[in-house]
Design a protein around this ligand. Sequence first.
Ligand code: PLP
Ligand code: COI
Length: 354
Amino acid sequence: MNITIQKNPNPGTLPPANQLGFGNYFTDHMFLMDYSREKGWHDPRIVPYGPLTLSPASAVLHYGSEVFEGMKAYRSPENKILLFRPWENMARLNKSCARVGLPELNPEDALDAIRQLVELDRDWVPSAEGTSLYIRPFVFAADAKLGLHTIEEAIFAVILSPVGSYFKDGLQPVSIMVETEDVRAVRGGTGEAKCGGNYAASLRAGDRAASLGFSQVLWLDGIEQKYVEEGGAMNIMFKIDGKVVTPMLNGSILRGITRRSCIELMQHWGMEVEERRIALDEVIEAAKAGTLEEAWCVGTAAVVSPIGELYHKGTSYVINNNQIGELERKLYDELTGIQWGKRPDTFGWVDVVC
Ligand code: PLP
Ligand code: COI
């Protein structure tokens, strides 16, 4: 794709690794491309990172027509910049667009844009252990019309943010709260799409959990509030009595790329992984019986995060003595080893940008 590039005349500098946190700093440039029904996607450009100008009537501001992706660029020991299964993110972005009526992208062009942007801002990819450059591609409706209508104008944008760990304590076990009031997704809804509205609807529960000292919410199904679905920004896995189980893809949880990668790794190690409906009762019974050996969250931002405590209706269940489990550690080491280019990429998951 022929992208015009306008360089930032006032480039910034990468903050020290211990200041990064998650999503607080942005690089020198961003990518933008416009869509109109007449012209299709056009005017791909890299410009200095900065505010956007939008009509106050833009559909995104009223009807929440927005979808996004989350991926990372990693700096290898040889100073190469690597992406992890970026093709999967492009495919999922298009599925999300289709679900909320936004125009789909040419996935090769979208990935090309990301690669060119990351290459230009490559000095912003941090190198300290556990750090990376978070990539946030997003598509939103820009047409200025208040009637509910088919989207006719949209923008595809990509911004970059050097990040450390998503949870403030890094790989240390996190405590999560089972949400029993709000639900995140319902049958036929947008649960499987990565659209902004899903997250807006989840923030109240997230705030409640945070005010009680929990770092994340665990969502239950939207119909019976009986089955485990996923975390606020991550999928979930359990090891119960020697067997790994994870909620099946039922249309209401996100098709996590980290989830798929962990399943494929465990299968490669000869382990059986069950993807099925998991009742919360089953997890709690296992915790009481001492057979809930490990529980962990998986996601691009969260990587592999052990769950040390599960809180449900006033009772806390401590998992694995609040320690990092053996399987969690093995998954974390292998996955991050491949992502950071420290272990062989036997599955062909790594894409070298430069
Ligand atoms: N579930 C939700 C709701 C998410 O926001 C994310 C993060 O992207 C995930 C799961 C994990 O998906 P992935 O591993 O593709 O990042
Ligand atoms: C990701 O892991 O990329 C996410 O989407 C997390 C984000 C909602 C903070």
